[in-house]
Write a protein that binds this ligand. Sequence first.
Ligand code: 13P
Ligand code: ZN
Length: 270
Amino acid sequence: MKDILTAPFMVEMIRTTTNMYAHGWDERNGGNISLMLDEAEVMEYLDTDNVLRTIPTGFSAPALEGKYFLVTGTGKYFKNVAYDPAKNLGIVRLKDGGETAELLWGFTDGGKFTSEFPAHMMSHAARLAVDPANRVVMHCHPTNLLAMTYVHTLEEREFTRTLWQMCTECIVVFPDGVNVLPWMLCGTNKIGEATAEKMKTARLVVWAQHGLYGAGRDLDEAFGLIETAEKAAEIYMKIAHLPRVNTITDAQMHELEAHFGVKGREGYLD
Ligand code: 13P
Ligand code: ZN
């Protein structure tokens, strides 16, 4: 059996949590990540018959039966993941239609997966239905996107258009736009279901006055999506109080669509 701390998925998870903390997106225990793993790659590092504990999830997700996830722990700080991965992360396999998680590795202090596990698992199921290659759901508290939800309308077309207008390449990176949930109580099945519903049509979902969810095929892609949207929000927060003299026009957005071979969300451009 190979050393799991050398597994590419583990190395990348540690790098990503460390980097997200460095970006200021994950204060204290803020943020959480779940990465779906292939059974074959897990078996190189773990005896998958050795279940350490079973943990009820409190929801069902039949589409994820038997799936493996590397996931951050509840109450755990992203800044500490690199120093003690086995305490701050865990590998679980879902069974009983998603109602039970079997712990195979990690959470060594008796901890468990993030309190946002419902939103993560329901979002995985929603994204997999759209894109079978999706592997990552990532949540964090990026400063400028959060700030924007206090001063900008939460209407999704307007919110998306504003972000697209802030950097030329936004429409190329997230042509599906950004979906937005109003403030809701976090850590619940209800916000999980609402997030998953929004994930059916976009890979970025804003939680107003709380943070952001991103989904992608790997950690880099989810990180890059969030990074790009947050950069756009940063520019918005720098200029929102100033008269806007120039912008990226819809005609220019259409030029970008043609040049980069992408199509902005239906009805979002004039
Ligand atoms: P956890 O520590 O349970 O992952 O919660 C952090 C968070 O960001 C809640 O939305
Ligand atoms: Zn949060």
